[in-house]
Ligand binder design. Sequence first.
Ligand SMILES: Cc1cc2nc3c(=O)[nH]c(=O)nc-3n(C[C@H](O)[C@H](O)[C@H](O)COP(=O)(O)O)c2cc1C
Ligand SMILES: Nc1ncnc2c1ncn2[C@@H]1O[C@H](COP(=O)(O)OP(=O)(O)OP(=O)(O)O)[C@@H](O)[C@H]1O
Length: 277
Amino acid sequence: METIHVQHPLNIERVNKEPCVMALGFFDGLHIGHQEIIRTAKKRAEERNLALALMTFSPHPSQIIPMKKKVDHYLSPLEAKRGILAKLGVQKLYVVTFDHAFAKLTPAEFVDHYLIDLQCRHAVAGFDFSFGFKGQGNMGNLAEFGKGAFGVTTVPKVERQGQKVSSTLIRSLLASGNVNGIPEFLGDFYKVTGQIAKHGDSECHEVRIEDYLLPHKGIYEISAEMADAVYNGVCMIEDDPIKVYVKLFNSVKARHKETIQIKWIKKTSSHRMLQPV
Ligand SMILES: Cc1cc2nc3c(=O)[nH]c(=O)nc-3n(C[C@H](O)[C@H](O)[C@H](O)COP(=O)(O)O)c2cc1C
Ligand SMILES: Nc1ncnc2c1ncn2[C@@H]1O[C@H](COP(=O)(O)OP(=O)(O)OP(=O)(O)O)[C@@H](O)[C@H]1O
């Protein structure tokens, strides 16, 4: 997968573009609703023999424009997003810097410069995707702004338990420590990647985790992947300041600076931190 970072104003001659189907949105977490967008876009790309591209934004729009909730930690920071998108078959990832100049574009300007100029031949997004100044562009008027340059597919709402599957919903499950409720919406357990920062006594390791949103403070059953091997263990999250400690069962020890992927299974009670099974 090729990753192309672009910033407004776009210097279109210098961008490596090709006729494509473009999936649109922020896509934090790549939950089952997002996966449906990408599956649909992939189908359209195969039917039309076009490259499969996806456009995302960085940082989250809430960092730049006033929104109800500021998103400053992610379910999938850019590196994690890249890995997941490549596995889902995305061939070109456009990462557009979301800054004030970009946020001020009208829907028509966004479509002209970021879809038509990037050779989008078909756009795919969910029923609630919005774009352009104050989110005035939507799936009802996207084709009109495209003036026939591309077709549009709108993916209907993906729901579970009577609710729209969303990044916001998964963030709220993390905030309440309800990590075992996440796979229903995410399609898998929530995973974060970090580095072993420090050894404590009794095989308890501090883990440095950057950019990811973490579950609520507490103790969790986890599984941890390191160097292609998977171990079970427990993880303790402290807040103020935020600290993450991992203890792997069967006295498994991790090396300093080793990369560790933590998969959150469920919240547990404290004694298991001291007495691993
Ligand atoms: C060109 C452009 C300008 C935007 N300007 C605004 C804005 O002024 N105000 C706003 O609330 N959102 C704005 N947005 C953000 C969108 O409403 C939306 O959050 C973003 O495109 C991500 O879509 P998604 O949340 O459906 O993935 C803009 C988006 C784009 C692409
Ligand atoms: N449940 C869903 N069903 C169908 N499409 C969806 C769903 N959730 C998101 N999408 C679409 O996926 C793309 C990315 O959406 P976005 O990043 O806003 O996800 P979100 O889960 O709604 O995020 P947030 O909760 O932060 O608003 C957009 O095209 C959006 O319309």
